[in-house]
Ligand binder design. Structure first.
Ligand SMILES: *Cc1c(COP(=O)(O)O)cnc(C)c1O
Length: 375
């Protein structure tokens, strides 16, 4: 009798994650970056691939600073990697959570006057010389002190008692040739001069993935690359220098030959001609494949293109496999969704979105297969 089935047997689709490619991508960014510390942003579960697995692989390769968005992400990463590397929580402390930062040795980014005041009060009461990053806005209007708030803090004793590891800001247009880049860099440089007059040892953190491909003046001390680590092209106008990290293939459940020209899928949005061959595949929007991907999406079987037919359902997608030989079409055969022929960026373009959203939507029903990094 056969034994119990494996998760790979049971799953509708297989997500394979190449941790060696992740490590090589980090090394490439590090080699191109003038920063003394090229870290890794592993927020949103490591852009969907697994924050803990990413952190363990990158720590072994020498990465010393990790960035997450939420406190709980930081707590999980700290538990997985032990006490050595820095773990920076970019959203900073929610009210009343300051003690958790100290307990898990997490470094808060202080984004607002309220976070600064809360952290100061806590750090003074706990007699704690704990590090923090101070975030200033230089042209995005998202997070960070405004120029006025920064000037007020510098003029008064707003930063008194803090031990800032670094002044930080974030680029809004780094993947583009945009005048805001240089604008932001100048504003940041000016604020940094003021900041260092008070805190001579303070470092600076400015660049994300794409900023590493801007001149070295953008790199500063602590670099914060995210998306490029996971294989998305940080230089959209040029060939992608990064290695692919994720591959996604979904299983064919049923293959049919259309007897008579007829419509396909919900809403009957497309017509399959007489004799067309269709494959119904076990992946859908509940797995994070956007509904909008249906419009331009395509899969590949043995390198042969199979366009999506009609709408993406919750759990299923129908492909036109008329060009694929019958010998390759059987229940369980794998349709490549992301891989050798379709990159994450291609899938994003087909869905009218960006690689970030494709990655962070990667679903929870996939069988996840990790290819280990070399020791
Ligand atoms: C997400 C994020 C990053 C990483 O950006 P990528 O474009 O993914 O490299 C860096 N810094 C901040 C503040 C972020 O929010």
């Amino acid at each position: 009798m056969a034994g119990p089935s494996s998760s790979q047997d049971r799953a509708g689709a297989i997500l394979s994650i190449d941790l060696q490619a992740l490590v090589e991508n980090w090394r490439l960014l590090k080699s191109r970056c003038a920063a003394r510390d090229t870290g890794a942003v592993i927020k949103a579960d490591g852009y969907g691939i697994g924050a803990v697995q990413a952190a363990i692989a990158l720590k072994a390769a020498g990465c010393a600073t990790f960035y997450v968005a939420h406190l709980d992400e930081g707590i999980a990463v700290r538990a997985a990697i032990g006490p050595g590397p820095r773990v920076v929580v970019m959203h900073g402390p929610n009210r009343g959570t300051e003690a958790d930062f100290a307990a898990h040795k997490l470094i808060p980014v202080l984004n607002t006057p309220q976070q600064i005041a809360g952290w100061r009060k806590y750090a003074e009461a706990a007699d704690l010389l704990s590090e923090s990053l101070v975030h200033v806005d230089t042209g995005m209007n998202r997070l960070g002190l405004t120029a006025t708030e920064f000037a007020d803090h510098m003029a008064g004793d707003g930063f008194y008692g803090l031990h800032p590891l670094a002044l930080m800001s974030h680029l809004a247009c780094s993947e583009m040739n945009h005048p805001l880049n240089e604008n932001q860099r100048r504003r940041f440089a000016d604020m940094l001069v003021m900041f260092r007059a008070k805190f001579p040892d303070a470092k600076a953190s400015f660049t994300n993935s794409s900023g590493i491909f801007l001149p070295p003046a953008y790199h500063y001390d602590f670099a914060r690359p995210g998306v490029a680590l996971y294989g998305v092209n940080p230089t959209p106008d040029k060939p992608n220098p990064m290695l692919p990290v994720v591959r996604l293939s979904a299983k064919i459940i049923q293959v049919r030959r259309v007897d008579q020209a007829s419509s396909v899928g919900y809403g009957a949005t497309v017509l399959a001609p007489d004799g067309a061959k269709l494959a119904t595949v076990s992946i859908g929007y509940a797995d994070g494949l956007p509904r909008s991907w249906g419009a331009g999406g395509r899969g590949f079987i043995d390198g042969i293109k199979a366009p999506v037919m009609g709408r993406v359902s919750m759990d299923l997608v129908i492909f036109d496999v008329s060009a694929v030989p019958d010998s390759s079409l059987f229940p369980g055969a794998l349709m490549e969704i992301i891989g050798t022929h379709t990159t994450v960026d291609d899938a994003a373009t087909a869905a009218g979105t960006i690689g970030y959203e494709i990655l962070t939507s990667l679903g929870g029903r996939y069988h996840r297969h990790y290819l280990p990094a070399k020791a």
